[in-house]
Design a protein around this ligand. Structure first.
Ligand code: S3P
Length: 175
């Protein structure tokens, strides 16, 4: 079984993914970190030196590799992963449970404004209202993909530990 966590930037995919993997005693992979290790560069530099199209190709390549490995694992995706190429179809195959960590644009903006410098998609926004406007529209477009998940969890102000509990309960109900 593979568990893949999707959601907008700032929704807590990496932190929750690590905790879920511990709870279920499965290996953990963060797709962005996997790409960074392979490229020996951080995401910001990959975007700036090689461009977004190159990054999206690497993202699809590593997603395919992780999903086709025989081991059980938890994978935290990048915010854009389900929305490019054929990725949503890879994620909707049997043996993969796709979980959407759903958060509203206002809460996401509050989190993202503090840490936007490391994120190439939003690092140029110096005005919080403009960032929120972008997040709102972008989230609306991306929801088409995110909402195809097997499990949709409203994150709200819940702690990562509570979210993990909800994921564990949902997985039990589904199995
Ligand atoms: C992206 C999200 C990032 C990273 C890249 C592009 C996006 O991942 O993959 O900067 O398109 O939303 P996080 O969601 O982990 O920040």
């Amino acid at each position: 079984m593979k568990i893949a966590l999707c959601g907008y930037m700032g929704s807590g995919k990496t932190e929750v993914g690590k905790l879920v993997s511990k709870r279920l005693q499965m290996d953990f992979y963060d797709l962005d970190q996997t790409i960074e290790t392979a490229e020996e560069k951080d995401i910001f530099d990959i975007f700036h030196e090689k461009g977004e199209i190159y990054f999206r190709k690497q993202e699809s390549l590593w997603l395919g590799k992780l999903l086709s490995s025989p081991e059980n694992c938890v994978i935290s995706l990048g915010g854009g992963t389900p929305c490019y190429g054929d990725n949503i179809h890879l994620l909707k195959t049997e043996g993969v449970t796709l979980i959407y960590l759903k958060m509203d644009a206002e809460s996401l903006t509050r989190r993202l404004f503090k840490e936007k410098e490391t994120r190439p998609m939003i690092s140029h926004y110096s005005d919080k209202e403009e960032l929120e406007e972008f997040v709102r529209k972008h989230l609306f477009e991306r929801n088409y993909y995110y909402l195809q998940s097997n499990i949709i969890l409203e994150v709200g102000e819940k702690s990562p530990e509570n979210i993990v509990e909800e994921i564990a309960t949902n997985l039990r109900v589904k199995s």
